[in-house]
Write a protein that binds this ligand. Structure first.
Ligand code: PMV
Length: 353
């Protein structure tokens, strides 16, 4: 058995605009997906997803595809999660030149599904890593990131950037602009995440921005302006001392850019009442800045606040289901050692392809 884990992420800046070739800066956070893979003697694939949870948000299913989900999240989200696992298996088989390899797979994640924290990218990255290692063909990080991107791209009908998968593979902060992906050394930023308990439909939200951008020149300009914000933010990060705690000045400047970015995302129609309520709760509590993270529509916001104030305020915000501090994850994908706890690989979802 091989066990790999990979982190989720928040977007410091640049979601949506990154789809059109503008830069984005996602940052990996210490919320991880863990994938156990064991090669089977036949060509079947059996997948068990469990503990896909954040306080008050749990996905569990057992039984056949028809039975799932016995959960409080929309069924399409769970189906989508399974699509990502299938795509990861295909990539691993292809990379290892083992088209008939079969696997027992257990996915555990503490990243809420579809909430803007990169849950699918983390599952795909950890899944491909574990499966290729299990087949004796571990991949270098660049190839792993590329294959994970291709898996997401396929599942999301071509509506995916390299941002999530590259960030989850490499860890830390990264800058992604089209195919140009690089890591950035940054000070550890004081992220606070607020989660409304919901999720957005990434495909629909991306399509909505695409339509606006095609219809109105000013919407295209808005997307390009997000790119300008990201360039400013990336310069600030590059010039900061990665080994020192971030200065108040740096946090203030980054926060202002986050607020600007959120305003433009709101104008592009991808925020929501609950996301706006959480953004304002954090700002009112003294956060340097706050914005939605990921596709939007519902899910998570990220604030910059070294004090406990934003988290406390979020916890008292009716629209917020959970709030937590999210440390920057310096490790990207990694092999988990000491994971001798073989999961109960009951009869969950099986396919033979
Ligand atoms: O909500 P997430 O974590 O899947 O992020 C989506 C980010 C987008 O820029 C909207 C799409 C993408 O693939 O970059």
């Amino acid at each position: 058995m091989t066990v790999s884990s990979a982190p989720g992420k928040v977007y410091l800046f640049g979601e949506h605009a990154v789809v059109y070739g503008e830069p984005a800066v996602p940052c990996a956070i210490e919320r991880r997906a863990r994938v156990d893979v064991e090669e089977r003697a036949d060509d079947h694939v059996r997948v068990q997803a469990r503990d896909l949870s954040l306080d008050g948000f749990t996905v569990e299913y057992t039984g056949t595809t028809d039975d799932r989900p016995d959960v409080d999240v929309p069924r399409p989200l769970v189906e989508a999660a399974m699509g990502y696992v299938d795509a990861a298996v295909d990539q691993a088989r292809d990379a290892a030149d083992a088209p008939d390899a079969g696997f027992d797979i257990v996915v555990e994640s503490d990243i809420p599904l579809g909430a803007g924290l990169g849950s699918s990218a983390a599952v795909v990255v950890a899944g491909i890593d574990a499966a290729t290692r299990e087949l004796g063909r571990p991949l270098p990080p660049e190839e792993l990131a590329d294959r994970a991107f291709r898996a997401e791209h396929e599942v999301q009908d071509g509506q995916a950037s390299r941002a999530d998968t590259f960030c989850s593979t490499m860890g830390g902060a990264v800058r992604v602009e089209g195919d140009d992906c690089r890591t950035i050394d940054t000070p550890s930023l004081p992220f606070v995440v607020g989660f409304d308990g919901g999720a957005g439909d990434t495909g629909e939200l991306v399509a909505g921005v695409r339509r606006l951008r095609e219809e109105y020149g000013f919407a295209a300009d808005t997307v390009a302006t997000i790119g300008d914000i990201v360039r400013c933010g990336a310069t600030l990060l590059r010039e900061a001392d990665p080994d020192a705690p971030p200065s108040e000045t740096l946090l203030g400047e980054l926060g202002r850019l986050m607020n600007f970015d959120h305003g433009l995302l709101e104008a592009l129609g991808v925020s929501s009442r609950s996301l706006d309520a959480m953004v304002w709760a954090a700002r009112d509590a003294g956060a340097h800045g706050a914005k939605l993270t990921g596709a939007g529509g519902g899910g998570c916001i990220v604030a910059l606040d070294p004090t406990p104030e934003s988290r406390t305020a979020l916890r008292f915000t009716p629209d917020c289901e959970d709030a937590f501090r999210a440390e920057l994850a310096t490790d990207g994908v990694r092999v988990e050692t000491g994971s001798g706890d073989t999961a109960d690989r009951g009869d969950e979802s099986e396919s033979s392809r």
